[in-house]
Design a protein around this ligand. Structure first.
Ligand code: NAG
Ligand code: NAG
Ligand code: NAG
Ligand code: NAG
Length: 251
């Protein structure tokens, strides 16, 4: 085959791909994307900017068997904290030129991430990281929200929740196992209790029981399992000023 015919073939091939993806993912492709897009977020560092903002490393891994196309889809997510506080909501989009993705603010806590024109399809089995700047700090799983979803640029295709973010246990957020993740700023005195410290604090003996108002007398049966207050408890207050407290404890 003469050389110019080969070039012709390549050019036509590329145009065809662009046209397909410009129409957006069809329902099957979007369903597959929602099932196979493995999202993971990890707080990298609350301390570097002294609690003014932190970086959330957002990993998109393609657990499917086909590449994730270079266009035709959008990934929506919620963030209680303002994303890119130096940009939003003054501008409603922020382009990450190296990563070739655009982050956009819709309104309130709703944001999206979408591929830009230079985005390379994400091959099956591979992953990419996006470091997103978020205001203040995040120190626990519940600082994140579940139920990310994907849409097609073809608006007749139904949006789908990304399965890897659908659990309310927030399994897509990695553990807070580094001091830069669990402290909000350098001077923060908080450190999570080790299992040993926790056991010591909860140790069941009459020297460290704290009940307010403090009972006049307390009998503890160490043979019985530890219990906690519930509505079967009766609190007798001699002094009427504890009425409300007694009500609260028994309530
Ligand atoms: C959009 O999707 C619908 C099916 O939901 C399909 O009939 C239509 O051809 C698609 N449009 C384009 C431009 O691909
Ligand atoms: C907002 O967008 C305008 C126009 O695209 C741009 O010139 C400006 O630098 C952007 N500002 C920020 C803070 O990104
Ligand atoms: C309260 O807890 C005790 C055990 O500590 C249990 O036997 C009892 O059924 C509970 N009552 C209510 C109303 O939950
Ligand atoms: C507390 O409760 C008792 C019994 O219900 C009542 O007689 C008394 O007035 C209450 N005292 C206050 C301060 O509410």
């Amino acid at each position: 085959m003469p050389l110019n015919n080969i070039w012709m073939f390549i050019v036509i091939f590329h145009i065809r791909i662009d046209q397909t993806s410009a129409d957006g993912l069809d329902q099957n492709q979007l369903d597959t994307l929602a099932e196979t897009l493995k999202i993971e977020v990890r707080v990298i560092d609350n301390l570097r900017r002294e609690a003014t903002n932190h970086i959330v490393r957002t990993t998109l891994r393609n657990d499917g068997s086909e590449p994730i196309p270079a266009s035709g889809w959008r990934l929506y997510f919620h963030s209680m904290l303002l994303v890119y506080p130096d940009v939003f909501p003054k501008n409603m989009t922020k382009e990450l030129d190296v990563e070739q993705v655009r982050v956009g603010m819709v309104q309130g806590d709703l944001y999206f991430l979408e591929p830009m024109s230079g985005f390379k399809p994400l091959p099956a089995g591979s992953a990419r990281n996006y470091n997103i700047v978020v205001s203040l700090w995040a120190v626990q799983r519940t600082d994140f929200m579940p139920l990310w979803y994907v849409t097609s640029t073809n608006v007749t295709v139904q949006q789908r929740v990304v399965r890897s973010t659908s659990s309310f246990d927030l399994e897509y957020v990695t553990d807070f196992d580094d001091v830069r993740q669990w402290k909000r700023w350098r001077g923060d005195r908080y450190n999570p209790f080790t299992p040993q410290e926790r056991a010591e604090r909860l140790a069941y003996d009459d020297s460290n029981i704290v009940i307010i108002p403090t009972p006049k007398s307390l009998q503890i049966d160490l043979q019985k399992p530890m219990t906690s207050f519930n509505t079967s408890w009766k609190v007798f207050a001699e002094d009427n000023i504890f009425n409300d407290t007694a009500l609260y404890i028994t309530g």
